[in-house]
Design a protein around this ligand. Sequence first.
Ligand code: ADP
Ligand code: ZN
Length: 723
Amino acid sequence: MNMNRVRVLLLNAALGPLDYRVPDGMQVEPGSIVMAPLGPRKLPGVVWEAESFPVEEIDPKKLRPLLEVRDVPPLRAPLRRLIEWTAAYYFASPASVLRMVLSSGAAFADNRPISEYRLNGSVPDRLTPQRKQALEKLIGVQGTISELANKAGVSIAVIRGLEKLGVFDREDVSPFATSAKPLPDFDTVDLSEDQQRVSNILIEAVRASEFKPFLLDGVTGSGKTEVYFEAVAEALRQDKQVLVLLPEIALTEPFLDRFHARFGAEPLAWHSGMKQSERKKNWRALAEGNAKVIVGARSALFLPYAKLGLIIVDEAHETSFKQEDGVRYHARDVAVMRGLYEKIPVILASATPAIESRHQVEQGNYELLELPARFGGATMPDIEALDLTEDVPPRGSWLAPTLVNALEENLERGEQSLLFLNRRGFAPLTLCRTCGHRIDCPNCTAWMVEHRLTRRLACHHCGHVMPIPEKCPECGDEDSLVACGPGVERICDEVKMLFPQARTAIVTSDTIWSPQKAADFVHQMEAGAIDIVVGTQLVTKGYHFPNLTLVGVVDADIGLEGGDLRAAERSFQQIAQVAGRAGRAEKPGRVYVQTRMPNAPVIQALIKNDREGFYAAEIESRRQALAPPFARWAAIIVSSEDNKEAMETARLIGQTAPKLDGFSVYGPAPAPLAMLRGRHRHRLLVHALRSVDLQNIMREWLEQLEWPRAVRVGVDVDPYSFV
Ligand code: ADP
Ligand code: ZN
């Protein structure tokens, strides 16, 4: 391949890489971000090493010239290798991985400022209901025309109309603005001896600039954040960038505050809720190296950092790091691969590490760093099981008398309590007392969940909503529908009934759906404006509330119901994490766990505080079963709106499975979630020994098969979801 011919990976998942001619005077190199012609269209793409994607070379005379090179830094080689690896490992097209890097157009935006608008207080004479709604909803909001339309829930035309009437002021936001730099020594803390020892090792690793994965394992409140901040400080001294991955955007806000206090400036936050102007500005700032510390959810992992020196994955055991649609990757694992290509240390921090991560330590691949005790002499809370068959809640209630008493005592003492139930809404099932009909989602094999706060039934799988019917849709009987089982809203009702004077808050993705909402919640907790929190897994993570001294786990058994590979591990992690919210400062904490199976190994391990025993037993059972991490799994999910087509394709895949040593295929079988968003689903499970090249075998097998266009076949490598 000569110099004026280049291979380009276009940003279109349906296309392979294509060759183009470089017009005279244009300078490109591998990684350059370009615009290329395709038919009558103009597509963005990235110049790539030709040898990465061998294609048939076409006649040089037929090559079309590139149109333009973007004025942004080229993607660096380590990131190009990461894109190739991710695509190959997770069976994704390189273009779909590239899309995450270029982040929905941020890379192609021009350098012109973005016009944002904000209400200036003037009110037009004639107000339609829509205009009125917009004026009400947009108080204090600034954004582009389309962002304002979105926020106000009206059409773009309505906002444009208002703009013509002069109700907005315009501000042109530059894509080049950069924020203040964090200072490594702004407000340092004195570390304990244990913390100092661990922090020295991390600082050394940042200085060495070599690939090195660490598992930072310390109980909740032991100072893991404080310790990895020392590594962040060292990277800042070396003028390198740091990426901190958090499992939820709800956690970013408290993190930003804490970071600000330590480093005197906020890091750059990257999340799905960003405005277009922020996305563009932030993308540039990190690609050009002006933003030093970037905090984000998993989508921040693939961004084109100019000079990355350290990656931290906080709460690394969280399963929300696994992406379940689009490219099905695990951000924790890809973070380690990025560290490998970038030649930098990676810190996985957790109080309840994933079994996979512990196994990597045992294999000698990760270095284990332990912080055995809570900082400042705070003690770990006592965990006690409440046997619901003996400590029976009154009819129609869910809280056992012992827990109710404890809540009452805590209220009297002026301390805060937290009730944990991993179920959104009011009730998971609505049933007709007359005919027994259950209200299902029309698109999914799932019950509609009652949300009383919004007076709706909602499907948690596809988002379908409907009003709560007055009559049974099946037999037509009135007043016959009953809510079965508790969700957080129902528990909160019970609390209000028991303690009318208590100030309560519900914390779920329904109520905390933006970083701002999370910040409000944290400030209310800190100000003591909330007595009892009822929340889902969203409250199990990261928070530090000194006055929170009582935790009640409403139903410790739900996590174990599914019975999948990680059910016990996940229950253990969740309960240990939520327990870890209690008694984090001087006041000791108490934890009550409601269960019908007080003798289950998970519950026993929790009450005996026998973490090591639990892990040892769990790892041994995985070893015996040759389950991950001792062997590898991949799921194949076949779906179609036509069940027969889906079933036949799944069968074809099953019948053509290669017969090789150490490689077995189970299924097909209808998926537990047999219908999702109107598509019928069938699953196969591939089991492979670690010595077997799973990806290559599967690629050869699946590539030679054909199926109807409407059938989708997805591969999920190292699956976490089995529905
Ligand atoms: P983890 O991340 O392990 O849960 P944190 O880093 O959040 O622990 O520490 C728990 C609490 O203890 C925080 O409020 C933190 O500021 C405080 N803390 C930990 N180490 C120190 C220290 N060396 N000096 C002062 N405060 C500390
Ligand atoms: Zn549904």
